[in-house]
Each structure stands twice: as structure tokens, then as C-alpha cells.
Design a protein around this ligand. Structure first.
Ligand code: GRF
Length: 197
């Protein structure tokens, strides 16, 4: 069975989807650790409720990014992960972290490949739709081989149509529902016994 470590900075609804899918056997893996950079991340509460070990690795005042990323890599390595999943992790990672997990870091982004890199992608897509410049957005799961922002080899993506008769909230909810499904599908494939290791 594969070992998954999830990095999350916020609510953790994607973490919850992965936890539930592992428990249900949809993903042939176990979430062995949850790491956050924020003490108030609800993702840590979800992990506690699922009796999953957690680590809080907050950036210290004045700490260099590479020093922080090296400390973070140490905390994640301790869980001996097969896959490191960035699910709502709101920090850009340097090679000081990524170099420790070659080919095994996966990120989730609430936009289609090559579109709306960075933060607030859902709100930006909605704003473009309101301006009549966009009719759809989507979600993607991709590998993180380097310090590119929300780019890297795509493992899966799904289109989410934008219903302008709805609201930002209904659109955001549709995006999150799609994310939960796609992340589980991609991890089920990556962790399947037949997957190339
Ligand atoms: C998700 O939309 C993810 O794509 C983005 O941040 C959000 C985190 O949601 N990077 P949650 O914390 O998993 O609920």
C-alpha cells in the first residue's frame, strides 16, 4: 500500500476527499501524515479526527525560503512518502524541497492547464466570465518537478462550465466538487498496484 503525505494550508476539503477515498479503498494508499504551515488550518482538525499524524511547520521570522523548505522536507521525509500531495498548500516550493521528492510531488490547481496560474484562480475566472470573456474554467492535477507556478506535467484535468446565472459561490462549489473527484481519480491511478513505480 502506498504512503501519501498531504500538505495543506487551509480548510482541507480536498484532504478529506483523499482520506475518505483511502478508507473506502478507492485509492490503494494510506494518508500517513498531514503537514501544514498554518496552526489554524482546519486540515489539521480533519487529520486529528481521522487519527492521522500531523506536523506544523511554520516559517520563522526572517527565515530564508530555502532554509524553510529544507526544514519542511525533513518533516515530510520523516513520513517516508511515496507521494507528496499539495492540496490547498499556499506556498511556492523551491528545489530545496522538491529536490528531496523527485517525480513524486503532485499539485492541485483550480483552473485548466496553462490558465490562471497563482492564487484566486476561481475568483479571477468568475470575474472574466462576468465581463463576458470566459464561458468555462476547470481544475487540474499536475506533477511539480521544478519551481514553475501551477505548471508541470498534467496528470488530469476537467472542464467546469461557468453558469453566469449563478453566483461566485455556486461556481466555487462546482469547482471544489470537481477537484475532489479529480484528485481522487488521479491518486487512485498513481497508487494502483499496476501503476509504474
Ligand atoms: C483548492 O481550490 C485548491 O485547488 C487551491 O486551494 C483550495 C484548497 O481547498 N489551491 P481545501 O483547503 O482543500 O478545501
Amino acid at each position: 500500500m502506498k504512503r501519501i503525505v498531504v500538505l495543506a494550508s487551509g480548510s482541507g476539503s480536498n484532504l478529506q476527499a483523499v482520506i475518505d477515498a483511502c478508507v473506502a479503498g478507492t485509492i490503494d494508499a494510506e494518508v500517513v501524515g498531514v503537514v501544514s504551515d498554518r496552526i489554524d488550518a482546519y486540515a489539521l482538525v480533519r487529520a486529528d479526527e481521522a487519527e492521522i499524524d500531523t506536523e506544523l511547520v511554520s516559517r520563522l521570522d526572517g527565515e530564508e525560503r530555502s532554509a524553510y523548505d529544507t526544514r519542511l522536507a525533513g518533516a515530510v521525509s520523516a513520513f517516508e512518502p511515496d507521494w507528496v500531495v499539495l492540496a490547498g498548500w499556499m506556498r511556492l516550493l523551491t528545489m530545496s524541497f522538491l529536490g528531496h521528492f523527485p517525480g513524486t510531488v503532485v499539485n492541485l490547481h483550480p483552473a485548466l492547464p496553462g490558465q490562471l496560474p497563482g492564487t484566486r484562480a476561481i475568483e479571477r475566472a468568475w470575474a472574466e466570465a462576468v465581463d463576458g470573456e470566459r464561458a468555462e474554467s476547470g481544475v487540474m492535477v499536475h506533477l511539480v518537478p521544478d519551481e514553475g507556478v501551477d505548471d508541470g506535467p498534467v496528470l488530469g484535468s476537467r472542464v467546469v462550465p461557468i453558469d453566469r446565472s449563478g453566483t461566485l459561490e455556486t461556481f466555487a462549489s462546482a469547482v471544489h466538487d470537481t477537484e475532489h473527484r479529480l484528485l481522487v481519480e488521479v491518486l487512485a491511478e498513481l497508487c494502483s498496484p499496476s501503476a509504474a513505480t
